[in-house]
Design a protein around this ligand. Sequence first.
Ligand SMILES: [Zn+2]
Length: 423
Amino acid sequence: MIRRDVIKSLTLLPIAGSVLPIQSLLAAPEARNKFPLTAQNKPMPALHREAFVMDGHTHVMTRELLMKTDIGQRYTDGTVDLPRAKEGGLDAMFFSVYTPESYYPGRFETKNTFRVVNLALDQIKKNNSVIELALTASDIERINKKGKIAAFLDLEGAYDLSGDINLLRALHRLGLRSMQFTAHNTSNAFVDSCSDISYWGGINDLGKKIIAEMNRLGMVINIAHASNDAILQTVEASKHPVIYSHGGFYNIVDHPRCISDEAAKAVASKGGVIGLHFGSLFNNPKYWAWQKPPASTKRTVPYGTTPASLVPRSTNETIEDIDKRLAQRVPLTFRGTIPDEYWMHVDQLAKVIDYGVKTVGEDHIALGSDFDGGPELPREIQDISDYPQITMAMQRLGYSDQRIKKILGLNWLRVIRRVTEGK
Ligand SMILES: [Zn+2]
């Protein structure tokens, strides 16, 4: 099940087939007069141009893997590629390398994970004039000084890496420095997902071993998609700060993918950071009220197979069959239509950022867009080149330049430095 299906299976509403009307997606015209424009006629405040800008969750490589395309080219669809990231003023990104749930029943997730990490390294090398791989915070700064974007690899959905901690070490050797603890929306052999049933009441002993090993290796632990108990227990067990790369606040939208104040405060208390997702589903109460499924649809059966570390193969599909099926769905952008009254504006997203700042403080809030992971983007944001819209929305809140800079990227950089360099 790919992520769009997973999210929509929570909503039980069909996705309309038509593409968003491009005209109505254009940025607010009044904003255009206030700031200098980029070459693409998009506004770019000086603060955004100067600031270190890092996104905590950007989907890359799914299209490149399945369509054999190149992220260095400008696509006419989807929401992220390197030319548009450059235009959006991005200095660094958590490069989310993703293994969709569709690969789990055949137990192809480890193979997919290694081929997608390998491809990411190839693509980064091929586009070396624009982007480089970063292993530490100092790497990010060194790469930025050359005017290039830094890629910090983050794995989303490796199921349980066949329950073998050596595979985690191998991925670390390849340059992976961040991993999402859960198997995306599926509970795995060591941690409960917020979107699946609870097997472990949070994390189990294997989870604690993996946390210790990630601490030892200097890898960032990402607890997005984890259950509330799993977040609390991971924060408790980890020596280092942990991150929650992309989601909203449960107090604003009570979707299971949003973080509770209790868990957010726990993450912050250890020096961690919460990345705000850009989607309406997690940030716009009106949209959620429209989409919310009846309470009776609460999940009681697991998404995946079973969370044993070595479940038997349960499909006759080959990995090539799955590739072909998924290829028809990329890029994984939202393709539905949203009536005006339910469509979120960027100022609503800014309100959620403000809720986060008031709840956990400005040192613990950042951005994790989920571009090309399927969010119903705010109206003013068509793709990653519209990133300055977020800065402008925070300026409208009256935030100081320093606070905006922290949220735009300095908070991510601080955690990465702490985990990868121990500083
Ligand atoms: Zn995700």
